[in-house]
Unconditional design. Structure first.
Length: 160
C-alpha cells in the first residue's frame, strides 16, 4: 500500500448541486434582445398551484459549470441561444418540498441574444416569450428574479 499522497481531482468551477446538505443550486439566464428579455411559464406550478412567470434556470449537470448550465437552460427552456456576458449575482430563497424546507441559490448570468425562437421551448415550459425589461421588473413572480431584472435595468441606465 502506497503512502504517497494521491492527487485530488479539481472541483469544477462554481458551486455544484448538493454542495451543502439540504441546499440546491441552479443557474439561470437573463437573455436580452434590445430592451426585451425572454421569460417562461413553466409547466410546474408555484405554491398554491399558481402559474409562474419566471426566468429560465435549472440545475447544472455533472461536470457542468454554472455558466454552461445557464446557456443550456435558456436554450432548452426558452428556445434561444446567446453569448454569456457576466454574472448578475445570486438569489437565495427557501421553498417547501414534501413537507420539508429546502434552501436554494440561483446564480443568474446576463446573456446577449444571438438566435432562436421562444416558440421552440422544451416540454418543461408551457410558454416562452419576449417581454420588455421594464415590464418583467414588476411582472415576474419571484422577488429575487425581479431584483435581477432591476439590476440589468440599472446597469443599462449607467451605460447611457
Amino acid at each position: 500500500m502506497s503512502t504517497e499522497p494521491q492527487p485530488v481531482p479539481a472541483a469544477p468551477p462554481g458551486p455544484a448541486p448538493g454542495d451543502r446538505p439540504g441546499e440546491e443550486f441552479s443557474a439561470g439566464g437573463v437573455v436580452v434582445r434590445g430592451t426585451d428579455v425572454v421569460v417562461i411559464v413553466p409547466t410546474r406550478r408555484g405554491a398554491g398551484g399558481i402559474k409562474v412567470l419566471a426566468l429560465p434556470k435549472g440545475h447544472p449537470e455533472p461536470g457542468e459549470t454554472p455558466q454552461q448550465a445557464a446557456l443550456r437552460e435558456v436554450s432548452e427552456e426558452a428556445g434561444v441561444r446567446g453569448e454569456l456576458r457576466e454574472s448578475l449575482g445570486t438569489t437565495a430563497y427557501v421553498y417547501e418540498r414534501a413537507g420539508r424546507s429546502v434552501a436554494k441559490r440561483v446564480e443568474f448570468f446576463l446573456i446577449a441574444y444571438r438566435e432562436g425562437d421562444p416558440a421552440d421551448h422544451d416540454h418543461e415550459v408551457e410558454r416562452a416569450c419576449w417581454m420588455p425589461l421594464s415590464q418583467a421588473a414588476t411582472a415576474l413572480t419571484y422577488p429575487g428574479e425581479r431584483a435581477i431584472i432591476a439590476r440589468v435595468l440599472s446597469r443599462r441606465a449607467q451605460d447611457l
